[in-house]
Write a protein that binds this ligand. Structure first.
Ligand code: ZN
Length: 196
């Protein structure tokens, strides 16, 4: 009984959870095509995935060689990182992508930011124009009125404009064309010796 060395190259996504999902799907494909018995000789029969993160190999060959040398046939499959060209953006596009991310965060935190500002105001209470309730600013934790539930009861028209401007800014940036470019990065390769 021998072993067969196999590798699998997941996509460029370096999120380990994503790689695990992708590999599990690959294992299913292997089993579908090659059977599930313990000597099927493919990666589908490997039990689990060991991810190595402490060393980034110089290239794909070096990563694959290391796996071949260290992976025993009863081990889980090994997943190791190596230096590679990956899809990225040119400098101008990268700036746009970063700007969008920053503005989106601002948008996500918009309500919380306004609530924080409202809490800082000098007067102790704030009134709801719809139901007339007076709310202690200390207990304010959202922009809707806790008494009548009116949405954005404490959001001024200036704030609403601020919100719309933020959304428009993001849209303008999203409409700009992005230029992809190969950049230095890291990819993962999975491999293992599989009993056959
Ligand atoms: Zn109200």
């Amino acid at each position: 009984m021998g072993s067969q060395f196999n590798t699998y190259e997941p996509g460029e996504d370096t999120d380990i959870e994503q790689i695990k999902i992708e590999f599990a799907a690959h294992q299913e494909d292997c089993c579908y095509e090659g059977g599930r018995d313990a000597y099927a000789g493919h990666l589908g029969i490997k039990n689990g995935l060991r991810v190595r993160k402490d060393k980034i190999f110089e290239d794909l060959d070096a990563a694959v060689d290391w796996i071949d040398l260290h992976n025993c046939k009863w081990d889980a499959a090994d997943c190791v990182p190596y230096k590679s060209k990956v899809t990225g953006y040119d400098a101008a596009s990268r700036k746009i992508v970063n700007q969008i991310a920053r503005l989106k965060k601002e948008l996500d935190e918009f309500d919380a930011t306004i609530v924080k500002e409202l809490k800082k105001a000098k007067s102790k209470t704030i009134g709801c124009k719809r139901c007339g309730s007076s709310i202690n600013r200390k207990y304010l934790d959202a922009l809707h009125c806790p008494i009548c539930n009116k949405m954005d009861a404490f959001c001024t028209s200036t704030n609403k404009k601020r919100f719309e401007r933020l959304k428009a800014k993001i849209q303008t940036l999203k409409d700009k064309p992005l230029v992809e470019k190969k950049v230095n990065g890291v990819r993962y390769v999975i491999g293992g010796n599989c009993s056959c």
